[in-house]
Design a protein around this ligand. Structure first.
Ligand code: MTE
Length: 335
């Protein structure tokens, strides 16, 4: 990734860029969230949910964007109890190169993105190719809230309550052929609304890819929202991918095409620097980036001189869920 390096090799926010968000811990929100989470649950599950609801309630914002109601996911691994990243940080410290290469560019420049009308085309090796209008895609399956860690290849991470459903729900509907081995994700490249699409920083459109089993894994999320609201433009509105065990760049934003193929897709960052950004890009503390270590990370929001770095976890902490996908693979070779 074209990274502005400072003294320790990572691209860090200036503390002045990160303004802690006001905490909204209203009792009404807590009751509302708990009511959604506890009905019929066993006591231990209740305790977990209540604790989660408490942390989630601290993040509820006075609806700036349209609400996107969801149920809390019961999928193993889909919820972490870690403190959520402030909405303000998650929506103002972004990588979205179509809107500029600086972390503060997307929030400033992405209001020009037009997210309606929007459709996603499904093509390639499938029985049922289709063009889904966003409204139909939104209704295809129940929206869930999942609290995922997202770890950027640059060495920072966030914890975000995403809203969406497993990509596998969509994939099953379109019936991939047996010959489909990979899924390619193509994102919008509109020079009229995306000021940096004219630049040579990447080969546009931004393309990402997954192996079919990765795309079908229930943790792979097709996301339409975060923090209980529709996605802000800079976070990949109106629909993006979130693949929590891979470095953040695998999570393509503002998707327009999902293509099933028998060949490993040429992905944007792999094309830009193949020795630095492999196709798999699983979070792996044991495989360094050629220019820096991947053994630790900074959690956005935990700033300050004495803020400790966290150890980066294998597969970003999702090893129990996804480790099997890579059994027997040399992860140094297939990085
Ligand atoms: N998708 C598109 N279309 N364009 C991009 O530049 N950047 C990627 C990924 N998806 C990117 C993209 C990178 S490098 C990261 S780290 C994540 O989005 C950042 O997501 P966030 O801004 O929501 O944290």
């Amino acid at each position: 990734m074209l990274i502005k390096t400072n003294h320790d090799g990572f691209c860090h926010p200036l503390s002045s860029e990160i303004t802690p968000q006001r905490v909204y811990a209203g009792r009404r929100d807590l009751i509302k969230l708990m009511a959604g989470g506890v009905a019929g649950a066993a006591l231990t599950a209740w305790a977990l949910r209540a604790a989660h609801a408490q942390s989630a309630s601290a993040m509820v914002r006075p609806g700036k964007l349209a609400a996107l109601p969801s149920v809390k996911s019961s999928l193993a691994g889909a919820m972490t109890m870690e403190k959520l990243t402030d909405y303000k940080d998650a929506s103002s410290y972004n990588n979205f190169y179509e809107f500029g290469t600086d972390k503060s560019d997307p929030v400033r420049n992405a209001p020009s993105l037009k997210t309606r009308p929007w459709s996603v085309e499904i093509e390639g090796l499938v029985k049922k190719p289709a063009r889904y209008a966003l409204e139909d895609l939104l209704k295809l399956s129940a929206q869930e809230e999942r609290i995922y860690r997202l770890r950027c290849v640059e060495g920072w991470s966030m914890v975000i309550p995403w809203v969406g459903y497993s990509l596998s729900e969509l994939i099953r509907r379109v019936e991939p052929l047996g010959s489909a081995k990979y899924v390619e994700f193509v994102t919008l490249a509109d020079p009229k609304t995306m000021p940096f699409v004219g630049s040579r920083v990447l080969d546009w459109p931004y393309v990402e890819g997954l192996r079919m089993d990765e795309a079908m894994h229930p943790l792979t999320l097709l996301s339409f929202g975060m923090y209980g609201e529709v996605l802000p433009n800079q976070s990949g509105a109106p629909v993006r991918l979130v693949v929590p065990w891979k470095y953040g760049f695998k999570s393509g934003k503002s998707l327009v095409k999902i293509r099933f193929t028998d060949k490993q897709p040429d992905t944007a960052w792999n094309k830009a620097a193949a020795s630095e950004y492999g196709f798999f890009s699983n979070v792996n503390p044991n495989v360094d980036h050629p220019r820096w270590s991947q053994a630790s990370e900074r959690r956005i929001g935990e700033d300050g001189l004495f803020a400790r770095k966290r150890k980066t976890l294998m597969f970003n902490g999702y090893e129990a869920q996804v480790g099997q996908l890579y059994a027997g693979m040399d992860l140094k070779k297939f990085f």
